[in-house]
Design a protein around this ligand. Sequence first.
Ligand code: ATP
Ligand code: MG
Length: 392
Amino acid sequence: MIIKRIQVENFRNIKHAELEFCEGVNIFYGDNAQGKTNMLEAISLCLGKGFRRARTASLVPFHGEIETAPDTSLTLFYEYETTPGKENIINYRIINGRASVDINGISLKSAADLYGELKHVVFAPEHLFLVKGAAELRRIYIDNIALMQHKAHKRAIADYTAALKQLAALNSEIIASPDTVRNTRDMIGIWSDILIRQGINLTYGRLKYFELLRNTAINLYDELTVGREELGVMYRSNVFGDIQDRLPDFNDKDGLYKAYVDMLNKYQIYGQRDFRVRVGAHRDDLAFFINGVNAREFGSQGQIKSISLILKLAEAEIIRNHNRETPVILLDEVLGELDGKRRDYVINKLNRSQVFITSCDYQDYENSEDLRAIHVKRGSFSASGGGRFNLL
Ligand code: ATP
Ligand code: MG
C-alpha cells in the first residue's frame, strides 16, 4: 500500500497538519521533543494500532484547566497497489475520550479491527531489545506477525487474556472465602476450558509463522554477516517444550488438549500467592543462537543488535512474500543506533517500500532517489531541504 497524505487535528502537540507523502522515503526531522514521533504515532494509529501502546486519554492535547479536550481527528488517504488511483480513507477520531474508526465511511466496531488490513511494520527503539529484553516483547513480536496475516489470532489473544484475568479474579474469591458458592467453581471450570482451547489456538497461530520467520531470519542474517555467522531460532513453548524443527501436530486436537491439561496439572494451574495461572502460552518465548550458542547470554552487543534488526526485516519480508501489497515501514529513530554498515543494509533492504522515518537530520538519506524531508518544529510541519527534495 501507499500512503498519499494525512490530516491531523488536535493530536498530542499537533494542532493541525496536512501532509503529502512521496512513495519512497519520508523523513520527519528536527530537534528533540518537537512532534516527530507523534506524527509517526498518528500514522500507526490509522493503521490499526498505536506503536507506543498509549492510553487514549494521553493522545488528546493537554488541555489543563479546560474540562473537555478538543476533538481529535486523524485522516489517512491511501491506495492499494492492486487498485492504483482508487483513494481509500481511514478516519480515526477521539471524541469525549472515546476512540472510533471508519474506513471509507463504514465504521468499525473497534480501532483494533483494522490491524492486519493495512500491511505495515514498525521499528521503534524498544525493538533493539528484542533479544535481550523481557519475553513479553518477543511474544508481542510473533503475535504481531501472526495478527498481520491471520485474523483468527486476534480472537485467540483476546479470549486467552480474558480467561487469564477471570481465573485470577475467581481464584482470589475462593481464597478469600473458601466455602464459596458452587457457582464460582463451575465458572473456574468454564474459564479453564477456554484458557486451554485458546492457549492451543494461540500457540498454533504463532507456530504457523514461526517456521517462516526462522527461515527468513536465518537467510537475512547469513546475508548481513556474509556467511560468517549462523543464526538459530527456537520457539520455547511453555507447554509443548522447545520447538526448533518438529512442530506439534495441530490436527490432533485431543492430543494437544491432553498435553495442555497434563502440563497444567503437573505444575498446578495456579500460583499460591498471586492467583496467576503459572503455565501456558502467555509464558512462551523465542530464543536465538549464533553458531549454536545462546545469543541472549553470550552474544556481543553488535550481534544482539544485528539479530533484532534482522527480526524486523524478516517481518517485512514475510509480509512482502505473502501478500500482494508491499508493507509500509515506520522507523522511529532506530537507524541512528546502528553503525554505517548495518544502516546501509537496512536502507538497501527497504528500498522497495514506502518508508516513514524520524531522525534529527536527513543527511543519511540524501542519496535516496525519492525523498521527502519534512521539518518538525513545535508541532508544525514544513517541507525543506530545497534542491531535489519535494516540496509540500
Ligand atoms: P525526540 O527527538 O526527542 O524523540 P520528538 O520530536 O519525537 O522528539 P515527540 O515524542 O513527538 O518528540 O513529542 C513532542 C512533544 O509532544 C513532547 O514535548 C511531549 O511533551 C508533547 N506531548 C506528548 N503528548 C502530548 C499531549 N497529549 N498533548 C500535548 N503535548 C504532548
Ligand atoms: Mg521521537
